[in-house]
Design a binder for this molecule. Structure first.
Ligand code: PEP
Ligand code: MN
Length: 366
């Protein structure tokens, strides 16, 4: 078992402005002009339901010719939103300098983006600048599906004396993400939650989906996993947005989504309450018992399989031949794919499973 660090995390309720309700962070992907920031904030505040206004000021882009954010001038616009509409403000920081500028402008919350949390060097730099700063920090998952890197980023901020931490699940870069922009790989945030039960998880359906039409679906799924809130991109006029135009909702669309979120939450609460007496849930219990026994068999069989490969390993050593025998491996994979296909397993699944088993067998032989 890999060792994970102990973290010292404040309870979410002790600092979240949403009380017992899901925390809603909303605002444009990027601040573009004083008017756009102000109009979007005004409409969000008028419609209600948003606890924190967000806007990105520094936007790292794939092409250097794209809009890269307005930078520090946007801090003034955010500060004016905070003053005019009495709503707390949040922005993304990627460096110590940006953190200090944001704090100087009375920012209430900062988040660390996926391009930063993936980079231990940047995380060290930001953590070192935390000094006497004590504002809550939202840490997005790294671009790559690597739980240890995410935990490493959290640990650095926590070691710098910040206890008010929430993580933001925004999906992972992957060749399998389509039709979504980033693959959610739900088992990663779930594992994080199992390791750190008091860690609040905020879902960012905008960056997971990359497209407003999938947002409600992802939100519903996230609620069934008990997330603590959402970070959602909203623009006064998404089709004219300078960044992420396909994934930003209008303020009116956000209001519709917030009503759906209320509905999903009460559905999920009443589901929890029903669980003990519904016929369907009794059926689920039976099926789960069946699954447990299948899993037990899978584990036993795998262990027996590895015993056999270990024995082969000893013989290979005596014969002085290498553990990896390419033609045998190709034949095994071909046969398993055929068997799997006949039994309704997808090619991708059988390939992944067999590669995992084969890697482990080779390790034990070497
Ligand atoms: C953002 O929230 O605007 C952003 C850039 O997100 P991410 O770091 O998740 O890509
Ligand atoms: Mn964005």
């Amino acid at each position: 078992m890999q060792d994970y660090p102990k973290l010292n995390i404040s309870t979410f309720a002790s600092w979240s402005p949403s009380g017992d309700n899901p925390l809603i962070i909303a605002g444009p992907c990027a601040a573009e002009s004083k008017e756009q920031v102000n109009n979007t904030a005004r409409r969000l505040v008028e419609n209600g339901g948003v606890h924190i206004f967000r806007a990105g000021l520094w936007k790292p882009r794939t092409s250097p010719n794209s809009f890269t954010g307005v930078g520090r001038v946007g801090l003034k616009w955010l500060k004016s939103v905070k003053k005019t509409y009495s709503i707390p403000i949040a922005t993304e920081v990627m460096s110590a300098k940006q953190l200090l500028l944001a704090v100087d402008s009375d920012i209430d919350y900062v988040w660390i983006g996926a391009r930063t949390s993936v980079n231990p060097y940047s995380m060290d730099e930001i953590a070192a600048a935390m000094g006497n700063i004590d504002i809550p920090v939202f840490i997005k998952n790294p671009l790559t599906p690597d739980l240890s890197a995410w935990i490493g980023a959290i640990e650095r901020i926590n070691n710098a004396g910040i206890n008010k931490i929430a993580v933001v699940h925004r999906g992972f870069q992957s060749v399998y993400s389509a039709p979504l922009r980033n693959e959610p790989i739900w088992n990663i945030p779930i594992k994080l939650k199992c390791l750190y039960p008091s860690m609040p998880i905020i879902c960012d359906p905008s960056h997971i989906t990359g497209n407003t039409k999938f947002i409600a679906n992802i939100v519903n799924k996230a609620i069934s996993l008990d997330v603590s809130g959402f970070m959602i991109e909203v623009h006064e006029n998404p089709s004219a947005a300078l960044t992420d135009e396909k994934q930003q909702l209008t303020p009116t669309e956000l209001s519709v989504l917030l009503k759906k979120i209320d509905g999903f939450v009460s559905n999920s609460l009443s589901l929890h309450a029903q669980i003990s007496n519904d016929e369907e849930y009794t059926q689920i219990d039976h099926l789960r018992a069946l699954i447990d026994s299948f899993d037990e068999n899978i584990i036993k069989t795998l262990s027996q399989r590895f015993e056999a490969t270990k024995e082969i390993g000893e013989i290979k050593k005596k014969l002085n031949i290498s553990a990896l025998q390419v033609t045998r491996w190709q034949e095994v994979m071909k046969n398993r794919l055929e068997e799997g296909k006949k039994l309704g397993l997808s090619e991708q699944f059988t390939t992944n499973l067999m590669e995992l088993i084969h890697d482990e067998a080779l390790k034990s032989q070497e």
